[in-house]
Write a protein that binds this ligand. Structure first.
Ligand code: AFP
Length: 282
């Protein structure tokens, strides 16, 4: 696992350089979910594939940008599911974006995830590493290396609200939940990039990030293997929680296919209890 983390550090440095110096604009292709791929998406994916291809520990990789699993080493122990550059629709406006890696061992689901790593490319480059059973650790890229800053622990209640999805398509109970948090004094913090948005809730030690099912997309938008389950591990290990619209931990979630999505709610105890109350019986 240490070697995989070291490799992801190298990948992060390469992708950060690509974001700063690479070409903007769209490629000719679209990914498995039908999004037109940016050149940066495709190039980040290639960087990751080339690095992981050198690691015998890695059995297979599954990228958000690829339709199918790519088998690498038959005797490898881990399958890495990753979103090479999440937030591609905001990268051209120079907002923060990120890479997300879920490392799975025996099964490709919430029970099988053994570690999660994400990288935020913002004014600084930061990385959060979560190993199952341990507190997440924050690293910052300083003077040519990732340096450990601290462990991350959440409080039981926060102050910020990051509500995703198209509001006109929210179900009434979801709308009522979001409004009730604002009525309690929560402040809106939403950039449209799940990595910086969740990073903010986590480092502020509380609040709510939600991406619900909506009337047009009942299973939400965010992809389980590459996005939701990795962050579910991080929030849970930090002392927060991550649930679906039935109130079930996302670490119990099992996707039906590689690019499956799920409604998701990440937060501290207070806000997650509010989600459960709002969705109970809805
Ligand atoms: P892109 O990679 O297409 O920009 O999508 C980013 C994302 O998957 C995730 O990072 C955001 O949380 C979410 O989409 C934002 O979606 P909405 O714009 O529908 O709120």
């Amino acid at each position: 696992m240490k070697e995989i983390i070291k490799k992801i550090e190298t990948i992060a440095i390469d992708i950060d350089r690509l974001i700063k110096e690479g070409e903007s604009g769209y490629s000719q292709n679209s990914n498995a979910t039908g999004d037109v791929q940016l050149k940066l998406d495709v190039q980040s994916d290639t960087i990751i594939e080339e690095h992981f291809a050198t690691m015998p520990q890695i059995k297979a990789i599954i990228s958000e940008e690829k339709e199918e699993q790519l088998d690498l080493h038959e005797d490898g122990e881990y399958t890495v599911c990753y979103d090479p550059l999440d937030g591609s629709s905001i990268v051209d406006f120079n907002l923060s974006v990120g890479s997300i890696f879920g490392i799975y061992k025996d099964s490709l689901d919430g029970k099988g995830i053994v570690a999660s790593i994400y990288v935020v490319y913002g004014p600084r480059v930061e990385m959060v590493v979560t190993i199952r059973g341990q507190k997440p650790k924050l690293y910052r890229y300083l003077n040519g290396a990732f340096r450990e800053q601290r462990e991350i622990t959440m409080d039981t209640k926060g102050k910020i609200n990051a509500p995703g999805g198209t509001q006109k398509n929210w179900y009434p109970h979801h709308k009522a939940l979001i409004e009730s948090l604002f009525n309690e004094g929560y402040r809106l913090r939403y950039s449209g990039g799940m990595v910086p948005d969740l990073h903010q809730v986590l480092l502020k030690k509380g609040g709510l990030f939600s991406y619900p099912g909506t009337t047009d997309k009942p299973k939400g938008k965010l992809r389980a293997l590459f996005e939701v389950i990795p962050f579910a591990l991080t929030f849970t290990q930090a002392g927060g929680n991550a649930i679906d619209d039935k109130g079930v931990s996302l670490l119990e979630f099992s996707p039906s296919f590689l690019h499956d999505t799920t409604p998701c709610f990440f937060g501290s105890e207070y806000e997650i209890n509010k989600v459960k109350e709002a969705y109970n019986g809805a």
